[in-house]
Design a protein around this ligand. Structure first.
Ligand code: PRP
Ligand code: URA
Length: 210
């Protein structure tokens, strides 16, 4: 594993992730937790945003203080399940733009099928944070980054909640330049390419479609 992989072991994230995994957790709470975890992860994933100094007049005196140095951001959720992470990250960075990539895994081949792509027109100028709660075989995330790179984006990060070792290895090999932020590296995939222990089907649990 290279040093671009960040496993977020913060106690608040780990506690929320345990409730998320629990089969007894219902749709409403599941959706809230995905958003809360994404919010906490985004705090860490934006730690390297550049700052610049400005002068600020406090009620006491004028001080030299810091603000984010105008780097433009875009969040890109992979539909459907990535949508569950959008509210949480926008709470931290409300001015970010949001693009969408629609993809589903073919049930038989397990290969991703793209059905939608709408990105901000100036996406190549933006730092992109790709969102999807699950990195299983890695196929969906790898294809989504391929798609984003076609637009000329140079700075891309990938934020997922649970990764399988198989998917993480494939992703790092395909895109060694894209840092990965995840809350847990789970054990393995099952014969249907679902993550173990995982949390089941993220899209179905977020949208109550099972
Ligand atoms: C899930 C998940 C990822 C993908 C991960 O989506 O949200 O996009 O599977 O699997 P992979 O790493 O093997 O590609 P799914 O195909 O279930 O579509 P959905 O979100 O529309 O339900
Ligand atoms: N997609 C999911 O939603 N869950 C998995 O475990 C694997 C892929």
């Amino acid at each position: 594993m290279n040093n671009h992989i960040h496993i977020m072991d913060h106690p608040l994230i780990q506690h929320k992730l345990t409730i998320l995994r629990d089969e007894k957790t219902g749709t409403k709470q599941f959706r809230e937790l995905v958003s809360e975890i994404a919010n906490l992860m985004c705090y860490e994933a934006t730690r390297d945003l550049p700052l610049k100094e400005v002068k600020t007049k406090t009620p006491m005196e004028t001080a030299t203080t810091k603000v984010i140095a105008g780097r433009k951001l875009a969040f890109v959720p992979i539909l459907r399940a990535g949508l569950g992470m959008v509210d949480g990250v926008l709470e931290l960075i409300p001015s970010a733009r949001v693009g969408h990539i629609g993809m589903y895994r073919d049930h038989d081949t397990k290969e991703p099928v793209e059905y939608y792509c709408k990105l901000p027109s100036d996406i190549e100028e933006r730092e992109v944070i790709l969102l999807d709660p699950m990195l299983a075989t890695g196929g969906s995330a790898i294809d989504a980054v391929n798609q984003i790179k076609k637009y000329g984006c140079k700075r891309i990060k990938f934020m997922c909640i649970i990764a399988a070792p198989e998917g993480l290895n494939a992703f790092v090999e395909a895109h060694p330049d894209v840092p990965v932020y995840c809350a847990s590296l789970d054990r393995c995939l099952d014969s249907n390419c679902y993550i173990l222990p995982g949390l089941g089907d993220a899209g179905d649990r977020i949208f109550g479609t099972k």
